[in-house]
Write a protein that binds this ligand. Structure first.
Ligand code: MN
Ligand code: MN
Length: 288
């Protein structure tokens, strides 16, 4: 297995999701009653640690009040939380710098994510067929374009959300290009988190893939080699919420900029959890 294709399933949430123990955290799950024949092997590592150690989660693993619908996957090129109820990623998080951007052709090999644990529905490209929605990358293809292998990783369906063409091909794409301009033109190191905002009973396509009502993105702009401890009240952050509708093109993408607090309120997730609390408070409240 290449490093690029290696995937670790991590997180208490994933175990909880498989076992269906709603509301429980791994650490609190009691062993099933009955005779114990052999002691279970110790876990290879505290499960949350794997993803938390990833450079792509350096700002913190986004967390909401319900771990049971966060199946955490480390895809090496990015990390993500898959929501089995929505059949969509909750969020995808990745580090981006100029070194990630090359001139490899788009692989366009959209495919099911074989690394989702058994028992969970695996979204296929067919779920999007004739739906009118694009397979909208969260971590963009171009952000991983230094080799065919790494580019191909962005085409797993767990990196996709149903996006209106007006969003995917215009305003969302323009923000993606703006982000790469920060990486290339200003030589910044960026931490990017993207996902969707869903109604309580969202419209679905195919097998039951929920259509987000909006897409969000958060960008933390740092210098090379910097991490969460280097974030200060003066650190540049950019966030946006864009409606997943035809009318999204009525305004430039920059008109969809919001504070990170607004994204947290709309999604229920706490982002940038590894940034000191007092700094989070300041930068998350910053209005564009
Ligand atoms: Mn796209
Ligand atoms: Mn936060």
């Amino acid at each position: 297995m290449t490093r690029a294709s290696r995937v670790r399933l991590v997180g208490a949430a994933i175990v909880v999701a498989i076992a269906g123990c709603a509301g429980a955290r791994l650490a609190r799950v009691e062993p099933a009653p009955g005779p114990v024949v052999t002691a279970p092997p110790p876990p290879a590592a505290p499960v949350i640690e794997g993803i938390a150690k990833s450079v792509h989660a350096a700002m913190g693993v986004p967390k909401d009040g319900d771990d049971t619908d966060d199946v955490l996957l480390d895809r090496d090129a990015f990390v993500l939380s898959y929501n089995p109820k929505l059949e969509d990623p909750n969020w995808v998080s990745w580090r981006l710098s100029a070194a990630d951007i090359g001139d490899v052709e788009r692989q366009d090999d959209f495919r099911i994510d074989q690394d989702l644990p058994g028992g969970l529905y695996r979204v296929t490209p067919k779920d999007y067929a004739k739906s009118g929605f694009d397979r909208g990358h969260l971590c963009p293809s171009k952000d991983r374009s230094t080799s065919p292998e790494v580019n191909s990783l962005t085409f797993v369906m767990t990196n996709m959300q149903p996006q209106r063409p007006e969003l995917n091909r215009h305003r969302w794409k323009e923000m993606e290009e703006f982000t790469r301009d920060l990486a290339i033109g200003r030589q910044k190191q960026l931490y990017v988190i993207a996902g969707g905002i869903f109604d309580a009973n969202p419209k679905t396509i195919g097998h039951g893939v929920a259509v987000p009502k909006a897409a969000y993105k958060i960008i933390v702009v740092l210098e090379h080699g910097q991490g969460a401890k280097d974030v200060t009240a003066a650190t540049e952050v950019i966030a946006a919420i864009m409606p997943n509708s035809k009318s999204v093109t009525s305004k430039p993408w920059t008109d969809y900029r919001v504070s990170i607090d607004e994204v947290e309120a709309a999604t229920g997730y706490d982002f940038l959890g590894r940034v000191p609390e007092d700094v989070q408070r300041v930068i998350e409240a910053k209005r564009p």
